[in-house]
Design a protein around this ligand. Structure first.
Ligand code: FE2
Length: 276
């Protein structure tokens, strides 16, 4: 790393509710930061109170982008109108490319105990928005864990750390998605491709990034450069995410993200007429 990235913006995620009444914290996709090209939304769910998650996310559509679910604790069952079904457990990842459209549900498979994790929305380039839906369902055992000499445990969902590659592949943004657990006095320097949009989100403890202290539930947007240095005096855990931006117009209406208003109207029509 020759040119470390600085923090250009921070924001504290906001408590909100989505689905049938799931309490979560939203950072990207909020009024403060509507998008961070190519990222459209970041939700962090994390609670021990079943009332905050039990209602889940019953049947709903998506078109024009990808949803990435990373479970940290708990069990979530996924079903869709193509017949695909899967159970996401702790440490598991689902990278779903909605493409031209799917209707799915994401429901907790537990009635008590903690449920926590992330859902990230990743845009698709115009040329791929109407592609066939597809999935990468990744078992926790297939997410490599690298423990560094700097006292840091890194789970690699996408991208690479010290030559170890994450399992996600074939994604338009060429993503980096790391879960970084910094022990007390832990330090890690991570390469990030130049030109990629990058952010991190602290979900436990605290982290120092380029001279700034980032607290729990805070998102930090990173500036230009070829990497980032993260450390923590007290210990902390964060996700670090990066990807190639598209620089294309965004037209957005709820679960549909296209390039033009006309394409949004078409998505609403297609959904109404059962053409998903
Ligand atoms: Fe969904």
């Amino acid at each position: 790393m020759d040119n470390p990235r600085a923090v250009t913006q921070t924001l504290v995620s906001r408590l909100t509710s989505d689905g049938a009444g799931v309490t979560l914290r939203r950072s990207i996709g909020s009024q403060v930061l509507s998008e961070l090209d190519p990222f459209l939304l970041l939700d962090n769910f994390g609670t021990e109170n079943p009332d905050d998650y039990i209602a889940g996310f019953p049947d709903h559509p998506h078109r024009g982008f990808e949803t990435v679910t990373y479970m940290i604790k708990g069990l979530m069952r996924h079903r869709d109108n193509t017949g695909a079904e899967g159970l996401l457990g702790p440490g598991g990842v689902q990278w779903m490319t909605a493409g031209r459209g799917i209707i799915h549900s994401e429901m907790p498979e537990q009635r008590e105990g903690e449920m926590s994790g992330f859902q990230l929305w990743v845009n698709l380039p115009a040329a791929e928005k109407m592609c066939d839906p597809r999935y990468q369902d990744i078992d926790p055992a297939d997410v490599p864990l690298v423990s560094t000499e700097g006292g840091v445990d890194i789970r690699i969902i996408a991208g690479s750390v010290n030559g170890v590659e994450g399992p996600v592949n074939g994604i338009a943004i060429d993503p980096t998605y790391l879960d970084i657990a910094l022990g007390k006095e832990g330090v890690h320097e991570q390469d990030i491709p130049e030109g990629h949009t990058a952010f991190l989100y602290v979900f436990d403890g605290q982290a120092e990034v380029a001279g700034k202290s980032i607290s729990t539930h805070e998102l930090a947007v990173l500036g230009v450069g070829d990497g980032v240095r993260v450390s923590s005096s007290k210990g902390g855990r964060l996700i670090l995410v990066a990807g190639r931006p598209f620089g294309e117009p965004i037209a957005r209406y709820g679960p549909f993200v296209m390039n033009t208003k006309q394409e949004i109207h078409q998505a609403i029509e297609d959904f109404k007429n059962g053409n998903f």
